[in-house]
Design a protein. Sequence first.
Length: 305
Amino acid sequence: MNKFIISESEKQRILNMHKSSSSRNYLNEDLMAPEPVINSQRAVSNFAQYSLPVGKAGPLDPQRVQRFLDSAALTIQDSHKTLLKFNQEGTLPKNFIKITVGTDSQGNSDENVDVARDRAEVAIRMVYDAFKKTGLGWKETQIEKMITIGGAEYVPSKRDMNNLDETDTPLERFIKITITPLTTAGLEGDLITDIFNKIVPAMDTTGGLNLNTDEGKIVKEICRLQTYSDIQDLSKRFERGLEFAINKSIQDGVTMPGSDTAERKKIAACLNKASNRSGKGDCAKISGEWFNPFEGVNITIDVNK
């Protein structure tokens, strides 16, 4: 027997509760705001140079450096409004600007640490130059907050010294920089409210028999969500969460096993797309087996990542 039941009166109760929810704790205003996400419509700016001189941070290929500065300046300009909005909050994606450096197996640990730091400093200076090229006036102290550095500490080489020449390791001596374009995404509170107000009337009122559920409407509205924060915000508007709300309306039962497989997959795909855009990975998955009439097939949604 399907335990998820919602009546017309319950629908109205939820809607009325939501209309007066501005002073209720279950609506968190912090979630009702856009967030910085990776802009997949723009190309990533990359710099990489290998085979650096032993024990040195350069010289670097000037043409390669110039190409990177030109590309990076455009990426920064495209991301400028998002950076202004979120840098002070400390909510930019962790690897927006990522620097990685490498050292080879020659020299002792202390020497390699010094070389790695020198190479990281050269890379940081290149990032500063890219920002300066934009003419936007960014302070170096603010730019520094955006940079993630990897490989600045010496890690012993994992080369197979039984077969490989330990002195011939030029590819381990490198500097790499990646600047990922960002944009601002996410729905304001009134748009989340609009989605909520369209989902509730589309819910099933026959105890999960799917006799009057508008699955297509529910899918369409959920697929409007842009970010993980949007998912969290929408979920908080349902007294028992978005997962429960979906499962009591879109779920296989005894009468029609497998009937809503496509809709559930679409919902999971849209939720995961929004979640991944925020760098959270997948947040939704299908659980259960359609041939178990006592369990049904549900969707599970992680809103606490």
